[in-house]
Design a protein around this ligand. Structure first.
Ligand code: NAD
Length: 321
């Protein structure tokens, strides 16, 4: 029976897919040393985020056929080395799109409806906070989506169709929405920032997007605008964002991702009551972790059965090799 290494356990539903079909090698801890030792005589690995599979590990594992990620990113795998050794790398594009999009929507709605403020005031006994008229409507306001991929387009769909928001999008690689029922106006980034009542960032972290939302660009936001980032901290100049929030030059922010994670307890974000924070948890819904475990396990079973897995990340490189 072929062996599959789990540097970290996956959800039971994923384990059930593997049971009886493969021999499970569950690492006692996910440290690099432990994984490096155990990988030497397995045929498959199911990888979460804590461990990294390096070139040396791949070279030391002559029977290895497949490394299956329980998520989208493959930055903890030396994909080049895997391809050179004929090892399939599988990932799960789109597995967390719904979770992350819903999280972005939750941040938008919570900010617009000032839910953290009301919750805090009611608990303090300040019922009169209802007369502060702080909350607002989203209907017919403008939502600017930066990066109109799987997550960005789903946020646009929920907010456009469900809340009646007008949608602007900036994505240099796209010119139409791909959903004829949703009206989306593609425009330049600066135009979007200046016009939007809510801006939601859904960019990948690349050398092109690093610091894309710099001080000059963030200054274009309206004082009434909300800024949402569930993508990556590196795409935003955080100190510029803090300055604008502190000065009341934008109305608020909803942030799931940060330049440095975990975000420090004394970070200025944590002192601002117009900011909602979450701990890079947008993708970590109950449903998503189960789906990811099951699909990552199925990919390994597919490879062992000689079937092409649904998402073979290094397909092109393997074909060339
Ligand atoms: P995707 O690849 O489907 O979409 C990304 C979009 O960004 C694409 O349409 C692409 O054309 C566009 N893009 C690329 N470079 C750009 C640029 N320089 N300017 C403007 N647009 C650009 O990815 P996705 O599944 O929608 O995920 C988006 C991002 O969300 C991921 O890259 C990841 O960083 C982040 N994410 C966060 C979490 C979380 O837990 N918070 C979970 C999953 C993904």
């Amino acid at each position: 029976m072929k062996k599959v290494l789990l540097p970290q356990k996956i959800r039971d539903e994923g384990m059930d897919v593997l049971k009886g079909k493969v021999e499970l090698v569950i690492a006692p801890d996910p440290s690099q040393d432990t994984v490096a030792e155990l990988i030497k005589d397995v045929q498959g690995v199911i990888l979460r985020t804590t461990s990294a599979i390096t070139r040396e590990m791949i070279a030391s594992a002559p029977q290895l056929e497949v490394i299956s990620r329980t998520g989208v990113g493959v930055d903890n795998i030396d994909v080049g080395a895997a391809s050179e050794h004929g090892v399939m790398v599988c990932n799960l594009p789109g597995v967390n799109s719904i979770s992350v999009a819903e999280h972005a929507v939750a941040l938008i709605v919570a900010l617009a409806k000032t839910l953290p403020y009301f919750d805090h005031e009611v608990r303090k006994g300040n019922w009169k906070s209802r007369n502060a008229y702080r909350s607002g409507e989203l209907y017919q306001k403008t939502l600017g989506i930066i990066g109109f991929g799987r997550i960005g387009s789903y946020v646009a769909s929920i907010m456009g169709k469900g809340f009646g928001m007008n949608i602007l999008a900036y994505d240099p690689y796209l010119s139409h929405a791909g959903d004829s029922e949703l009206k989306v106006t593609f425009c330049e980034l600066e135009e979007l920032l200046a016009a939007a009542d809510v801006v939601s960032v859904h960019l990948p972290a690349t050398s092109d997007t690093k610091g894309l939302l710099n001080k000059e660009r963030l200054k274009l936001l309206k004082p009434s605008a909300y800024f949402i980032n569930t993508a990556r901290g590196s795409v935003v100049d955080e100190s510029a964002l803090v300055e604008l929030l502190q000065a009341g030059k934008i109305a608020g922010a909803g942030l799931d991702v940060f330049e440095e994670e975990p975000v420090a307890m004394d970070h200025p974000f944590a002192t601002l009551d117009n900011v909602i924070l979450s701990p890079h948890a947008a993708a970590l819904t109950k449903e998503c972790v189960v789906r990811a475990a099951v699909e990552a396990a199925e990919a390994v079973i597919d490879v062992f059965a000689g079937r092409e897995p649904k998402h073979l990340y290094n397909k092109a490189a393997l074909k060339r090799g």
